[in-house]
Design a protein around this ligand. Structure first.
Ligand code: GDP
Ligand code: MN
Length: 390
């Protein structure tokens, strides 16, 4: 679960990391009021779940009320690479002497936390990694012991932080590590971590991803998910407890089990298709559940054909077929469906489907066959008769 900058900064502040005072607002009037209250100069910052806002014109300094109003007007409603700005963060502007970089993440291959510090802040860190990897200081602290004070000092020193802020940078690194570990974050990143002319070390930006599976341990963080900016169908699905993800192609993907859904996406992509979305129907096979899944998949207008991929285990294919037939009687989908049933009672399942002779439903026996059929149907071609099977 990705947090907006200002939400990340709230977590930072909770753990003693210095951030500037600010207000989150949704209207120009509130932005101006917040700016007047905070005192000029202020920074007007777009709150969207994507980086590079500065380059896109979503971060602007304002010296007075007129400028604050102008920037708020321009940035609210702005589209930053597909993300519409609905919230602004107004913060008292900082003077910057130096920009550093700091992050903590889980290094899956090392199976350890990874702390990164660099004096090359304010630029894209990928660029630093490519052009001057020696400028990135990386440490794998012990997962149980955490980042020690000595390690943090060592990182700041080795990284080349200014002598007089070594302590301050070490404090920031240990606080950031604490955010990452105590809040169950997957990523906690500060770019830039600034040093002010008064030599204060402070987080000017925040990128935090929380582990959604650990949210139950943090009731105070549960309100942080940015449902307002989420894809509306995705939000509806999440509210109904269904795993649904929106993509930008034209083939709907429905399967039972996350692994099967992932491989279905791969197989469709290999057959030359582009998934519009995918949904994990889980273990359910009753008509109501299948109807709900089919409705969610079809609520995306871009969907031109759907691949319904079921591998029967505990869920029996004949039950799924009955559920599908019942659901189709109620919904009557207008786009073609390719249904692949394999596993427990698959022969019976396919027999039920072919007897029901649902219009616009094509049965397939294997995943590859199903993928080729659905790609052809989405492109407006009839699937090869040779590929049709009972
Ligand atoms: P990003 O572009 O999405 O990474 O957004 P940031 O929050 O990192 O802001 C982009 C850039 O705006 C920073 O790297 C700074 O150079 C500049 N900036 C942001 N806040 C301030 C501020 O308070 N004072 C000054 N002088 N510059 C700022
Ligand atoms: Mn940044």
């Amino acid at each position: 679960m990705d947090l907006l900058e200002y939400q990340g900064k709230q977590l930072f502040a909770r753990h003693g990391l210095a951030v500037s005072p600010g207000r989150a607002v949704n209207t120009v009037e509130d932005a101006v009021a917040a700016a007047n209250e905070l005192g000029y100069p202020v920074v007007v910052k777009a709150q969207v779940l994507i980086g590079g806002r500065g380059k896109a014109g979503g971060v602007k300094l304002a010296d007075d009320e007129a400028q604050a109003r102008e920037h708020a007007q321009n940035i609210l409603g702005m589209d930053i690479r597909g993300h519409t700005v609905r919230t602004l963060w107004i913060e008292h502007a900082s003077d910057i002497a130096t920009e550093y970089y700091a992050s903590v993440l889980l290094d899956r291959s090392a199976k350890k936390p990874l702390v990164i510090f660099s004096v090359e802040g304010g630029v894209e860190i990928e660029q630093v990694a490519e052009e001057s990897p020696e400028r990135l200081i990386r440490r794998h602290p012990d997962a149980l012991g955490g980042l020690t004070r000595a390690e943090a000092i060592e990182m700041a020193t080795e990284g080349g932080a200014d002598e007089d802020v070594i302590e301050g940078v070490a404090d920031a690194l240990t606080a950031l590590y604490e955010v990452w570990s105590e809040e169950d974050a997957m990523l906690a990143e500060i770019n830039p971590l600034i040093v002010t002319p008064e030599r204060e070390v402070k987080a000017l930006d925040a990128k935090v991803t929380l582990d959604a599976n650990a949210l139950f341990r943090h009731p105070e963080n549960q309100g942080l998910s940015d449902t307002e900016n989420q894809d509306p169908i995705e939000r509806k699905a999440n509210e109904e407890g269904v795993q649904y993800v929106a993509l930008d192609g034209d083939i709907g993907i429905l399967g039972n089990g996350a692994g099967l859904v992932m491989s279905t996406l791969d197989v469709v992509a290999r057959a030359g298709g582009r998934p519009a979305n995918f949904l994990d129907a889980g273990g359910g096979s009753d008509a109501a559940k299948i109807k709900q899944a089919v409705e969610l998949i079809l609520s995306n207008d871009a969907v031109r054909a759907v691949l319904f991929n079921i591998f029967g285990g505990i869920t029996r294919c004949d039950e799924v077929a009955r559920g599908l037939i019942a659901a189709f009687e109620q919904i009557k989908p207008s786009v073609p469906f390719v249904v692949r049933l394999d596993g427990t009672n698959d022969v019976e399942g396919r027999r039920l489907l072919s007897e029901a002779a649902l219009p616009n439903v094509h049965a397939a026996k294997t995943m590859n066959e199903a993928a080729e059929m659905v790609v052809a149907l989405a492109a407006g071609r009839a699937p090869e008769p040779a590929q049709m099977s009972s």
